[in-house]
Ligand binder design. Structure first.
Ligand code: FAD
Length: 466
């Protein structure tokens, strides 16, 4: 036990901070966690959880329409936005309580207020009763990120993703500016809930960094569901009259909207943390630089999650927290110390309608990494839609390194793609080859079986000789 007030001081009780605090306390460390906002951070309050709940809500309209093809008759029920907001808020409040219980149960001391690092072993917290200063052997920065102002015309009135869950009233016409996964998800959700949605993106493709063929396919599917997608387009002017905003676009179009979402980027939350005084200079993108062991240039100060921005996803923040706690306090008795995370094999989903599920490299990245690549592809209408009359189609793609036969990228656009891809991510983590996929029997009739029945090579791509 150290001579400090505590062994670990965690700033931020989001995904990474809560996991690190709880696990360190379970190993016998004396842990203090400071949180300025709601417990659970972005994921629980304004990210993954409320977003996925709203995505479920958005499916019911579509399903009600599709049910007619299966013999269900009569009018679909009417959607009540106020009920959804109220039920979401109650569930999030319950989760905030669960997080508080987890921390208390593990013996973590929780301080409510903004925290800043005073020196390499001291943290000051601006609590309701006045400032509290504590010394710590280790300090963990887990302050996450926040939506960044876009600087685009109309920025002053635009909503951020944080605001979307409680919009009042429900926007009949929504414009979403941005082409990343958050923009695409909100476009799909609000379209599904009944809004007229236009998505305006300056790039040639949605979902930069994802496999481009999948992104193009998704764009087509989103358009079929009624999202108007304007690519290579920017907002040139914006004005507001009453509750209505009028946007002029670079393609000459004028749009009227009841709400405009700017989902153009997020920034690491470093303001007021005191990093400058410690000589911790930020990376160009505003994230905090750490080494492979998640240590900043100050040996007693560590950082993780969205703040370091390796991959801004909850499971990454959790895995980083568990790795760091093992490194600082040792593993649980009888367990091996966790290894640093393999950031190349992080599975992820985009909860658009339909979903995108992906693990491993995009075709663009795989072409750069491997001299010869085999590409397998299956596009089909899911069995459900033979009766539903929906025109939705599914696309799956496997990328295989020809030399080793290893599957290096696996992608899907289709219903529940996130659920499907999670299992295949295990296979890829195990380094499985296409031959193993070929030996695996399918589960019939499912969409997922297509991943083990793809036999025909669509194309072989050879890297260009320098
Ligand atoms: C709209 C949206 C949807 C998302 N959907 C998904 C998804 O489907 N799947 C997925 O994996 N990821 C998703 N994410 C990303 C995910 O939410 C983040 O990657 C994750 O929450 C990062 O965890 P973290 O611990 O780094 O930070 P956070 O969860 O953001 O926690 C940081 C905490 O620190 C607190 N804090 C900040 N500064 C201070 C300070 N100085 N003093 C005290 N407290 C402070 C904040 O109040 C916050 O509670 C989504 C994000 C958004 C915005």
């Amino acid at each position: 036990m150290s001579n400090f007030d505590c062994d670990l001081f965690v700033i931020g009780a989001g995904s990474g901070g809560v996991r690190a605090g709880r696990m360190a306390a379970q190993r016998g460390a004396r842990v203090v966690v400071a949180e300025a906002g709601a417990l659970g951070g972005t994921c629980v309050n304004v990210g993954c959880i409320p977003k996925k709940l709203y995505s479920y809500a958005a499916y019911f309209g579509e399903w009600a329409e599709q049910s007619h093809g299966f013999g269900w008759v009569g009018e679909a029920p009417r959607f009540d936005w106020a009920v959804l907001k109220q039920r979401r808020a109650a569930e999030i409040k319950r989760l905030n309580g669960v997080y508080e219980g987890l921390l208390h149960g593990a013996g973590v001391q929780l301080l409510r207020g903004w925290a800043r690092v005073v020196d390499e072993h001291t943290v000051a917290v601006d609590c309701a009763g006045g400032e509290q200063r504590l010394t710590a052997q280790h300090i963990l920065l887990a302050t996450g990120g926040a939506p960044e102002k876009s600087g685009l015309p109309g920025d002053a009135w635009a909503k951020s993703s944080d605001d979307m869950f409680d919009l009042d009233p429900f926007p009949k016409r929504l414009v979403v500016v941005g082409g990343g996964y958050i923009a695409c998800e909100f476009a799909s959700i609000f379209r599904g809930l009944g809004a007229e949605v236009t998505l305006v993106h300056r790039g040639t493709h949605l979902l930069r960094g994802f496999d481009q063929e999948m992104a193009v396919f998704l764009t087509g599917e989103m358009r079929k569901k009624g999202v108007k997608v304007c690519l290579e387009t920017t907002v040139t002017e914006a004005e507001r009259q009453g509750g209505i905003q009028r946007l002029r676009l670079s393609n000459g179009q004028t749009l009227e909207a009841d709400a405009v979402l700017h989902a153009t980027g997020r920034r690491a939350r470093t303001e007021g943390l005191g990093l400058e005084a410690l000589g911790i200079a930020l990376n160009k993108d505003g994230t905090v630089p750490v080494d492979d062991r998640l240590q900043t240039r100050v040996p007693s100060i560590h950082a993780l999650g969205d703040l370091v921005g390796r991959k801004a996803l909850t499971p990454v923040a959790l895995a980083e927290a568990m790795y760091l706690v093992d490194r600082l306090f040792g593993p649980v008795a009888g367990k091996l110390v966790r290894q640093p995370i393999d950031y190349d094999l992080v599975p992820t989903a985009v909860f658009t309608h339909p979903n995108v599920g992906t693990v491993g490299l995009s075709e663009e990245a795989a072409r750069r990494a491997y001299p010869k690549l085999r590409v397998y592809r299956a596009e089909f209408k899911a069995l459900q839609h033979t009766l539903s009359e929906s025109t939705e189609r599914t696309l799956m793609k496997l990328l295989v390194d020809d030399a080793s036969d290893r599957v290096v990228g696996l992608h899907m656009v289709g219903h529940d793609a996130g659920e499907v891809v999670q299992g295949f991510a295990v296979a890829m983590q195990g380094g499985l080859t296409k031959a193993v996929f070929d030996r695996t029997l399918g589960i019939h009739p499912t969409g997922a079986e297509e991943f083990v029945t793809m036999r025909e090579v669509l194309r072989v791509v050879e890297a260009e000789k320098p």
